[in-house]
Design a protein around this ligand. Structure first.
Ligand SMILES: NC(=O)c1ccc[n+]([C@@H]2O[C@H](COP(=O)([O-])OP(=O)(O)OC[C@H]3O[C@@H](n4cnc5c(N)ncnc54)[C@H](OP(=O)(O)O)[C@@H]3O)[C@@H](O)[C@H]2O)c1
Length: 254
């Protein structure tokens, strides 16, 4: 794998990769960093047959692993949790060593955003090493909340009629979840962009074209009132042809 940007271009080893993909919560603003991780095809599709696996490459998997290895929490929309049958993270020996070195907990919990329809037997709630967090609003039924708690999850209520993501992320940060690895999907990322909560987008572009009606990185009923600006923070290219781009919100230093 080679670093193309920032210059000078050079081969990049695991330590340098870890430095590029760490969450700069100590460097910028002190508080919280939300990094959105996505793999896409060269023609902008983000799934094959409803899942991302058909697009992923070894290079994407390397940085995807760094995303959760260096995070305090992994944030997901319930659509992705269900479509991908997402289990909790179980760090292997290498990931565990990395987490210890960075002073992180044993494993980052999943925080799943739902209006209330997430089933209590979802893999993301029951197949976990550490309890997941259901991020929802007070509009979620008492029965649903009780069922999530009975499944072992913690319930974070933010907002009344709808989930209030600025409040939810502020509460997570208060609880020490400051390095936030958002692993999708498009509906959640659309709301995060609308609410101006995305600090970084980590995009892996696989050398594949898929056409069809595949979703895209962010979606919402209406487009944003004005496009959000980002700057390229790093660009890597792997021997397999995958491009790994990190975009940071315009105006942030990293
Ligand atoms: N290529 C990649 O890297 C990648 C990454 C992630 C996902 N994907 C793909 O994306 C697809 C899923 O897309 P999606 O748009 O359904 O994903 P999503 O954003 O994960 O889920 C959308 C659902 O999450 C809940 N939700 C999200 N934001 C919310 C908010 N602000 N407030 C309340 N609830 C919220 C709602 O479900 P409720 O009904 O529970 O309210 C909503 O219908 C799958 O095909 C998956 O493979 C690809």
């Amino acid at each position: 794998m080679h670093q193309v940007w920032p210059l000078p271009a050079r081969p990049i080893d695991e330590d340098a990769l870890e430095e590029l993909y760490r969450y700069p919560v100590e460097d910028v603003d002190g508080s919280r960093w939300v990094a959105v991780n996505f793999v896409s095809s060269l023609d902008g599709g983000i799934e094959v047959d409803g899942r991302s696996a058909g697009l992923s490459t070894p290079a994407d998997r390397r940085v995807f692993a760094l995303g959760h290895d260096l995070a305090d929490v992994v944030l997901l929309g319930s659509g992705t949790a269900l479509a991908e049958d997402y289990p909790g993270l179980r760090p292997d020996a290498r990931s565990a060593e990395r987490r210890r070195r960075h002073g992180l907990s044993e494993a980052p919990p999943l925080a799943v955003v739902t209006s209330g329809t997430l089933p209590a037997d979802a893999t993301s709630l029951v197949d976990v090493l550490v309890p997941s967090i259901v991020v929802t609003s007070t509009a979620a039924s008492a029965e649903a909340q009780e069922a999530w708690r009975a499944a072992g999850a913690r319930v974070l209520l933010a907002g009344d009629a709808a989930v209030d993501l600025p409040t939810a992320l502020a509460r997570l940060a208060e609880d020490g979840f400051r390095r936030i690895d958002c692993e999708g999907g498009p509906g959640l990322v659309g709301t995060l962009l609308h609410d101006d909560l995305v600090d970084e987008v980590r995009l892996s572009i696989a050398p594949l074209a898929v056409a069809g009606k595949a979703g895209r990185v962010a979606s919402s009923v209406e487009p944003l009132e004005a496009p959000r600006g980002f700057e390229v923070a790093s660009l890597l290219v792997d021997e397999d042809g995958t491009l790994l781009v990190r975009y940071v919100r315009a105006g942030l230093r990293r």
